[in-house]
Design a protein around this ligand. Sequence first.
Ligand code: HEC
Length: 111
Amino acid sequence: MRGASVRAPFRWVSLMAALALGSACASAVPQVTGADLARAQARDPGVSEADLQRGRTLYLSRCTSCHAPFPPASRNAEAWHHDLAKMRALAGIDAEQERLILVYLETFARP
Ligand code: HEC
């Protein structure tokens, strides 16, 4: 009884910390909306919403095993191009996967 009442608050603290971290990560690697698709298509009319979604999923699955995902808005498009070329071999991605990740990152890159 005593043990349970002492431990419970610690569980809540770690749960809340996990939730806070989770939402911080989610906003740093933004979900794709209609406005984002319009921005991507202004750069490249051939881009689809599915391309952007796949790029985001690949970014989160292939680029986060060694370090946390860098927020897309932390770099401009040119810098992403350069960094992705450097990371391609480390991540073991093919040309098509690289293209999709780049399309996603460029859409959310800083100007
Ligand atoms: C196998 C481990 C590994 C994987 C997988 C990986 N990285 Fe990295 N990444 C590193 C290391 C190590 C560094 C720091 C050294 C460097 O900059 O070369 C780094 C640095 C970076 C930087 C900062 C570069 C700079 O000069 O500021 C960016 C941006 C980055 N990675 C993006 C990515 C992206 C995008 C992917 C997925 C395609 C990815 N990383 C996958 C290991 C990895």
